[in-house]
Design a protein around this ligand. Structure first.
Ligand code: ADP
Ligand code: MG
Length: 218
């Protein structure tokens, strides 16, 4: 992690609110990693964003911090949807959102397979601020008598986008994309830039800011 941090730049330089920089300090994070340094400012400016960097480079906070900041300024119902390929990743992402979102009373909801659909349906009906989900289970909810709407989300995040888009999830992603508003910010984070990601960039994103760690393009 050390080589990814730029000692001269702080979380404050990224125009993050004090309550968030305080949380970073409390969690022992002294400086943003490269992917955070490069992707947080354009996301705060309202841009779509693609960030490519290897595993362990801090991609979760690169999207979670700006989403939390925007949520704190404009709180309402379901604000962001984070899609990720595995349950384990969904829980890890939720943990980070919970830790950093505590000061604003963040309500999150993890929707993954292997858990009770009815209980999940009730959680979704309570309009959590953030849904973190694997595509299969969310598509199941959208296709059954759903009690929630994704029509007003502000952010869509595809985490581990290279893995999400490698084909296995295509049907479910189609169902989910149809339930989303056209006007939104789309954030795509990945360890590698693939052809499919390029295609998605063209169809689902608006002039995205693109940043890739030197190692990711080698
Ligand atoms: P990635 O999604 O790129 O694989 P993660 O977002 O899961 O990486 O982060 C990997 C680890 O690095 C996590 O334990 C996270 O808490 C930690 N981390 C994130 N940002 C920083 C930072 N700025 N300084 C130190 N550690 C960080
Ligand atoms: Mg990750």
């Amino acid at each position: 992690m050390d080589e990814d941090c730029q000692a001269l730049r702080t979380f404050k330089d990224l125009k993050l609110n004090t309550w968030l920089t305080d949380q970073c300090k409390t969690m022992g994070l002294t400086a943003p990693t490269l992917v955070q340094l490069n992707c947080i400012p354009p996301i705060l400016e309202g841009k779509d964003c693609i960030g490519c960097a290897k595993t362990g480079s801090g991609k979760t906070l690169a999207f979670a911090l700006p989403i939390l900041q925007k949520l704190s300024e404009d709180p309402y119902g379901i604000f962001a949807l984070v899609l990720t390929p595995t349950r384990e990743l969904a829980f890890q992402i939720a943990d980070q959102f919970r830790v950093f979102g505590k000061p604003i009373g963040l309500k999150d909801c993890v929707i993954v397979g292997g858990m009770d659909m009815m209980i999940q349906g009730k959680e979704l009906a309570q309009s959590p601020h953030i849904i973190i989900s694997t595509p299969g289970r969310l598509a199941d909810h959208l296709e059954s008598c759903n009690t929630f709407s994704l029509k007003r989300i502000k952010f869509l995040v595809l985490d581990e986008a290279d893995r999400l888009l490698e084909g296995h999830f295509n049907e479910q992603l189609k169902t989910i994309f149809e339930a989303l508003p056209k006007k939104r910010q789309t954030l795509l984070f990945s360890a590698t830039m693939t052809q499919t990601l390029e295609e998605l960039r063209n169809i689902a994103m608006t002039n995205p800011y693109f940043w890739s760690a030197p190692a990711a393009v080698a």
